[in-house]
Design a protein around this ligand. Structure first.
Ligand code: RB5
Length: 142
């Protein structure tokens, strides 16, 4: 199960991503927000991190205007590795090397076409399981 949430700056892009997930038949839980009315992104980051740390969801997508605030907020939570991606190379590498469990996107930064490719790359790329990467992730968690 995938957890997804946004603030007002990410709302329009989230709508595109939800349509795409529906087309792909990917199960998700949408934690809001539900309009372009201004909200506080840390609240929405926490809804998704709670779903992941609580075991309800394996991975998540968070979207704000830049992707920065919402990824900073998510990365305060132990066990969360949120990666802000603006290209497919980074999305692939962060899954392979960092086992990132949240993809952060900037709704005012990337257009929907690129964003959907980044989402697909993030969802379809497995962790490498290489010992060096596992070790580095353990060091982050200490
Ligand atoms: C909201 O205006 C904006 O600050 C927010 O979406 C995000 O870009 C913060 O990092």
């Amino acid at each position: 199960m995938l957890a997804i949430a946004c603030d007002h700056g990410g709302y329009e892009l989230k709508k595109e991503i939800l349509k795409h997930l529906d087309k792909r038949g990917i199960a998700y839980r949408d934690f809001g927000c539900d309009s372009t009315e201004a909200v506080d992104y840390p609240i929405y980051a926490r809804k998704v991190t709670d779903a992941i740390t609580g075991g309800e969801c394996e991975r998540g997508i968070l979207i704000c205007g830049t992707g920065i605030g919402i990824s900073i907020a998510a990365n305060k939570v132990k066990g969360i590795r949120a990666a802000l991606c603006t290209d497919c190379f980074t999305a692939e590498a962060t899954r392979q090397h960092n086992d990132a469990n949240i993809l952060a996107l900037g709704g005012r930064v990337v257009g929907p076409g690129l964003a959907l490719k980044i989402v697909d790359t993030f969802l379809d790329t497995p962790f490498s399981n290489a010992e060096r990467h596992k070790h580095r992730i353990e060091l982050i968690e200490q």
